[in-house]
Design a protein. Structure first.
Lengths: 153, 318
């Protein structure tokens, strides 16, 4: 589903390759400032990679072609600032994640929340992510508690 | 006057519009900066850029125009200016074929011309119309037409009153300018549009002038024409039966106006006689004709333009 080949972005991510297949749950871990969010933003096409390439279903993703690929992606950002005059989206991490999983898109890109979650919320998140992967979605997540397929930056 | 109100109105609207635009633009730029994460979230989760821009634009529009809605004083001023513009625009006289008469005359509004008919002389003092390029073409034939007494005039002149007089029934507004409409053509045969005219003048010099006017209409698109009799002195020749004496004018005038970038007028006076009169010598200024007839032409023009074009007359300008 999602493949990264020798991706280099700035100073933080150097020649990284990884593959996430459908039904697979992959987790990126690393200390603060190691480029986890940057990598996710590159995968959804918000920023360009300096070298290497990102493929989705074997097709090259570029910032210009990203809108076509985003139709099959759901993205949960690290933090979302929602103005009081916009009521279609809630800023709550759990509800954003729920919405992303409900959308049924085959590729989920989930960043970790900027505010630490409570223990129950953490459990709920982990469970939701696992369920999504079981249903056949490819899930790339920043989450230190998921250890199945871990990529360390 | 109307232009002043219009400028004020446009000025006010563009100033308020500029402020609203600035307000809206600032809101949009600030929101996009502050809520970049929302924009990214929307874009990445399947919204096109256009769709993602929508909430920001809606917000900017609201911020731009809502304050304007609450400014009732502004809307009152706009309303007053609109009303004033409309009223002054309607009140402005744009009737270039209006003729002001000092003598007693009955104003007659016909389909294609206006006439100021003197019931004491039994001839029109002035007949005015505009002629366009399109009006110079037409299929209606004057041959089938007969001269008719005007139905709006009591004791109206009949075609028999001209018989044996030695004078032609000379059209003021010519049939040739009205072939585009059967009704217009018929009405030129009302005897309130007719003056006793020397046969040679009618057939030659006056006819040449009418044809020249049609050429000008084709050249300039639209021209305004006023013509009528010149009555010199106080004793005039008369024709017709005792109960309907018709005054024979000493001469005829015709004034022509064209508007556009460079408004120009020209006047002609032809004596009511059979000898040929070169057009060059018949040319005179509109001012002179106003002096001869006591009429005031083209009063709808602004005074500066009117006095400029009425004091100068030259065939070279046409």
């Amino acid at each position: 589903m999602l493949e990264l080949h020798n991706v280099t972005i700035g100073q933080q991510i150097r020649s990284l390759s990884l593959t996430v297949n459908s039904g697979q749950l992959a987790s990126i871990v690393g200390p603060q400032g190691s480029g986890k969010t940057t990598l996710l933003r590159a995968v959804v096409g918000l920023i360009a990679v300096d070298s290497g390439h990102i493929c989705i279903d074997g097709e090259l993703l570029t910032p210009k072609s990203a809108p076509y690929f985003r139709r099959q992606m759901a993205y949960v950002p690290q933090h979302l600032l929602v103005p009081e005059w916009y009521d279609k989206v809630s800023a709550d991490y759990l509800s954003l994640l729920g919405k992303a999983i409900e959308s049924g898109k085959p590729l989920l890109i989930v960043d970790e929340p900027s505010q630490p979650l409570s223990a129950e919320a953490q459990q709920a998140v982990d469970q939701m992510l696992r369920q999504a992967a079981q249903r056949g979605a490819a899930v790339l997540v920043v989450n230190p508690r998921i250890t199945d397929n871990q990529v360390r930056l | 006057m109307s232009i002043v109100f219009l400028i004020l109105l446009l000025g006010l609207l563009s100033w308020k519009g500029y402020l609203a635009w600035k307000r809206g633009r600032n809101t949009y730029v600030r929101d996009r900066e502050q809520y970049q994460s929302l924009w990214e979230y929307l874009v990445v989760n399947g919204a096109t850029e256009r769709e993602a821009r929508k909430p920001f634009l809606a917000r900017a529009l609201t911020r731009a125009f809502m304050p304007l809605m609450r400014q009732w004083r502004f809307w009152v001023v706009v309303g007053v200016l609109v009303v004033l513009t409309a009223l002054t625009a309607c009140a402005q006289n744009t009737d270039y074929v209006e003729v002001r008469t000092t003598q007693k005359a009955t104003a007659l509004q016909r389909y294609a011309y206006k006439a100021w008919y003197s019931e004491s002389y039994r001839i029109p003092l002035a007949v005015s119309w505009y002629l366009t390029k399109e009006h110079t073409y037409g299929r209606n034939q004057r041959k089938q037409q007969t001269f008719q007494p005007d139905p709006d005039i009591r004791n109206a002149v009949t075609t028999y009153d001209y018989m044996q007089s030695g004078y032609d029934r000379g059209h003021m507004c010519p049939a040739g300018d009205n072939k585009w409409s059967q009704q217009a053509l018929e009405q030129t045969f009302y005897l309130t549009n007719i003056c006793p005219q020397n046969h040679n003048l009618n057939k030659n010099d006056w006819n040449d002038l009418e044809q020249l006017c049609r050429q000008w209409a084709r050249k300039y698109g639209k021209i305004y024409i006023v013509c009528g009799p010149v009555l010199r002195g106080s004793n005039h020749k008369q024709i017709g039966p005792r109960q309907r004496r018709i005054t024979v004018p000493e001469a005829f005038y015709k004034v022509v106006l064209r508007l556009g970038k460079n408004p120009t007028a020209i006047g002609f006076v032809y004596d009511n006689k059979g000898q040929s009169q070169p057009m060059r010598e018949a040319v005179c200024t509109v001012d002179e004709i106003e002096r001869l007839t006591g009429l005031d032409f083209f009063s709808a023009l602004d005074d500066k333009t009117e006095s400029r074009i009425e004091s100068h007359s030259s065939l070279a300008d046409w």
